[in-house]
Design a protein around this ligand. Structure first.
Ligand SMILES: [Fe+2]
Length: 197
């Protein structure tokens, strides 16, 4: 195991969760649909909890969570640009367009977040001792929620776009109705959407 790169992954994962909190706070300024608002409020709370869980990992690894790395700076810059994009969309209007932008920004943020946790899960499988235990506990606590953040929001973005195009949409999206937690499940839910119209 390349320990330096594992530490880099943890720094980026912490920065991703911190940026994620800001992304959800701003996405909630753009949201119009009441169900999606409830969903994102829940995801914001979960993301705040994930940030706390990563901070606990830093204690287990005896790492300083304030240390800056070049990779971490890039993650922060991407997060800030997502927040800026939502502010621009909100200013420009119409509100429906800002909601679509917010859904796409959440997907972009959650794609990185989802991969970070998949990698943490992979490392946990290959590690031994106290650090492995800490990684495994964190991963098990977070993984299902991260799957929902990504796949359910992808469903929302697709259906809200379809609705905006004037076509029949499945709202809430099939991913949410079917409690999708895997990429295969998301593909199945998407394939079955026409039956749900
Ligand atoms: Fe997430």
């Amino acid at each position: 195991m390349n320990t330096d790169q594992l530490h880099e992954l943890l720094y980026q994962a912490l920065e991703t969760e911190q940026g994620g909190i800001l992304v959800y706070q701003n996405a909630l300024r753009c949201v119009l649909n009441a169900d999606l608002k409830k969903e994102w409020e829940e995801y914001l709370e979960q993301t705040q909890n994930h940030e706390r869980i990563i901070r606990e990992l830093f204690e287990a690894f005896d790492l300083d969570p304030e240390v800056e790395t070049p990779g971490r700076a890039v993650v922060r810059e991407i997060g800030e640009s997502l927040v800026k994009a939502m502010a621009t969309a909100l200013d420009a209007g119409p509100p429906e367009a800002a909601q679509l932008v917010a859904a796409e920004c959440v997907i972009l943020a959650e794609t990185k977040d989802h991969q970070n946790w998949e990698l943490i899960g992979e490392v946990a499988k290959k590690s031994k001792g106290e650090e492995a235990k800490a990684l495994k506990t964190a991963y098990e606590e977070v993984e299902d929620e991260e799957d929902e953040h990504l796949y359910h929001t992808m469903g929302w973005a697709r259906e809200l776009w379809i609705e905006s195009l004037g076509m029949p949409a499945v709202i809430p999206p099939p991913e949410e109705e079917k409690h999708v937690k895997t990429a295969i499940g998301a593909a199945r839910a998407k394939a079955a959407r026409s039956e749900m119209l």
